[in-house]
Design a protein around this ligand. Sequence first.
Ligand SMILES: *Cc1c(COP(=O)(O)O)cnc(C)c1O
Length: 454
Amino acid sequence: MENIPYKIYLTEDELPKAWYNLRSAMKTKPAPLLNPGTHEPMSAADLAPVFCDELIAQELDNDTPYFEIPKEIYDFYKMYRPSPLVRAYCLEKAMDTPAHIYYKFEGNNTSGSHKLNSAIAQAYYAKKQGLKGVTTETGAGQWGTALSMACSYFQLDCKVFMVKVSYEQKPFRREVMRVYGADVTPSPSETTNVGKKILEAHPGTTGSLGCAISEAVEVAVSNPGYRYVLGSVLNQVLLHQSVIGLETEAALKKYDIVPDIIIGCAGGGSNLGGLISPFMRDKIEGKLNARIVAVEPASCPSFTRGVYAYDFCDTGMVCPLAKMYTLGSNFIPAPNHAGGLRYHGMSPVLSQLYDDGLMEAVSVPQTEVFKAAEAFARVEGILPAPESSHAIKVAMDEAAKCRETGEAKNIVFGLTGTGYFDLVAYEKFHNGVMDDYIPTDAELQASFDGLPKF
Ligand SMILES: *Cc1c(COP(=O)(O)O)cnc(C)c1O
């Protein structure tokens, strides 16, 4: 019997004291955000009406390796961090694989996902700047829930635009947000100009993250004392999420474990970007030879079928342009059940790393993901979020390959959250009525045709 415990816990003192900025190690830096009018890089002054000042400084800084975690945020982190790194002994046994499987579990907080790591940071900087409140969008609702918790902790007003399909499918998430005092509006809505326009152009639309972002930005810039905050994609969010990777690195080091494969689901790229931060640095510096794999839904395949180009971050085209792997900001994905992975674009940091050949990507159909989720739940106990289950699926595929080759590879994956609010999806899976819609090349091309040209 090996002496690696089921759960590798860090002590409170071992919680990272600083976030790590992976951009500082990148040889090719991610492309800058561009002003949609002038096509010039966005300056701090350009971004100031939309984002909080200190978050802008973090967003634009490609060089500083470490940012100290302010005490107020650190104290909040202590309520639910460090999170455990779990050795999936039961899954290994059930699969009869020689692989060693580890997962970093981020579902141990009320919001149920990793998003709280950045929500608390963003709320803190808004409070520090003396703002009244923040606006945001939420897809499946995890980000809105996390932000509501963070805002109530710092007594900030929180206005959430929730993608309509999720608002209707996930009434319980909406109520959790209201418990924490947030104001929740289904998007697209009649409460904003951009919402009205989108509703005119697409009557009956179930919404998308891109639409909800446009509405949230409009409300932030037109109300004094408000700024907009975003739960993924941006450089600052990956910076805050580096706490996941730093803890994983510290836990693995305790037992001299060197990862061979690191896997994470990718919606906008924040959990994966955070998880891989220190490992990607080592890979860039030639000190680690691990494979790094992004997993995305076949219904929204930004990396695997998208193009690397400047695109709008939102449907209303009010946000800066970001260079990223994208399906086009007009792309409205089929209403699949991994709501947190339904974004048309991808983090500019991860996009550059992928373009540089430093990471891989695979896409997987929805029912395969739920099969893996259920197999995992039955042996490991945790009810995984559909988003997280994309990583489970590919981790299990890799472990199955090890069974064929007899290799005892160290597989590490991010288990980003729990699925208690996703039981409608599990119900559809059980009843055999879950669909696996995959966009056609023609549909994607129609969306690429709408990419900004310059
Ligand atoms: C939002 C979310 C994701 C996807 O977002 P990323 O920014 O790509 O990490 C994954 N898992 C869960 C549980 C989420 O809530």
